[in-house]
Design a protein around this ligand. Structure first.
Ligand code: KG4
Ligand code: ZN
Length: 335
């Protein structure tokens, strides 16, 4: 059987990424997954500066694609898959215009992929093929949503954050604590050094599968208000640990409600925050208790990457859902 070779491209936020995916029937193999991070550019601002992000994508995209291709010429590709949103519109435009130009010049099929769809299917990059239905919790810097996935392109949103995304809360609390950007990995590491002794609030949003994290962020801000700066290492670790415990409690509890409500026995947890060690551990315990099969991608496939875009792109390609040359990205793009 002839293998398909798909080049994935993701420029939705502050990482420039390109990946090469080989697919032969049910078997998929990531041949390369190159991510050029811009964290060093945005760090001093404590968050992503959209204009700087798009400018950097322009500089980095072709070298990143070249590296992902290795020795292969563009002519060896079967298709291009590009992320078309949601994300920063300037950043998305760089990836989409580039992909359209390459597809047009080389006569290659082009598919457009929703970033969230990429995250959902990232759990199947490592040897697994999706078995439907499954529940998917997407927790990233821009999103916190629970989906029921009945099949490819059959997604029902069961709940979403009403304010901040979980990753956004991590980044904002890290900024308050004087930790760098992105804040998630720093809080994850520090939280191991202290017990969660501070009782921060948990917003369970009763009667719905929605989330809310802005109150928690405000509670951390209030708690730190009368503390003397610079904060002691002990205080920073205690706040990090207590904040993380509050986030993880809510994410695990609400996912458990979704499992009880739907009766679905396969759970995917994806997106940048899925790389969190405490979340993985607590979700694992809950899944075992509920006899649910839990799939969490490797950390490199939790945070933004183009391998997940290439995989979701493969499903579009197989379904004959090719993108026209008029394809344009959208900052807001529901699944
Ligand atoms: O999926 P992603 O790379 O980008 C978006 O689509 O938003 O997620 C980035 C988010 C950031 O907010 C970052 O702080 C968070 O994921 N993150 C983590 C960890 N690693 C990344 N949050 C908690 N613990 C981690 N280990
Ligand atoms: Zn993402």
């Amino acid at each position: 059987m002839k293998a398909s070779l798909i080049l994935g491209i993701d420029t939705s936020c502050d990482d420039t990424s390109s990946a090469l995916l080989e697919a032969r029937g049910e078997e998929v193999r990531v041949l390369s997954n190159v991510v050029s991070t811009q964290a060093h550019i945005h760090e001093k601002y404590g968050g992503v500066v959209p204009e700087l992000a798009s400018r950097r994508h322009i500089e980095a995209l072709w070298p990143v694609c070249r590296e992902a291709l290795g020795q292969r010429p563009l002519e060896a590709l079967s298709a291009l898959a590009v992320c078309i949103g949601p994300g920063l519109i300037g950043s998305l435009l760089v990836g989409t215009c580039f992909a359209k130009a390459v597809a047009f010049a080389k006569g290659l099929p082009l598919v457009g992929v929703n970033h969230l769809e990429g995250h959902i299917f990232s759990a199947f990059l490592e040897g697994e093929s999706p078995r439907f239905p499954f529940l998917a919790l997407v927790v990233s810097g821009g999103h916190t949503s629970l989906y029921r996935v009945e099949g490819f392109l059959k997604y029902t949103e069961l709940g979403r954050t009403r304010d901040d995304a979980a990753g956004e809360a991590y980044d904002k609390v890290a900024k308050l604590l004087g930790l760098g950007y992105p804040g998630g990995p720093a809080i994850d590491a520090l939280a191991r050094k202290a017990k969660p002794t501070i009782a921060f609030p948990r917003a369970y949003v009763p009667g719905s599968l929605d989330f809310s994290f802005s109150g928690l962020k405000t509670a951390v801000l209030k708690y730190l208000k009368d503390k003397r700066k610079p904060y002691s290492k002990r205080l920073v670790a205690q706040v990090a640990s207590s904040f993380q415990e509050a986030v993880v409690d809510v994410l695990v509890r609400k996912t458990e409600w979704a499992i009880r409500k739907t009766g679905i026995r396969t759970l995917v947890v994806a997106g940048g925050v899925a790389a969190n060690s405490a979340l993985k551990e607590r979700m694992g315990q809950m899944a075992q208790r509920r006899q649910v099969r839990l799939l969490v991608p490797s950390p490199r496939y939790c945070t933004d990457n183009a391998a997940m875009i290439a995989l979701a792109g493969l499903y579009h390609l197989r379904a004959g859902r090719l993108a026209p040359m008029e394809l344009s990205p959208k900052a807001t793009l529901p699944l």
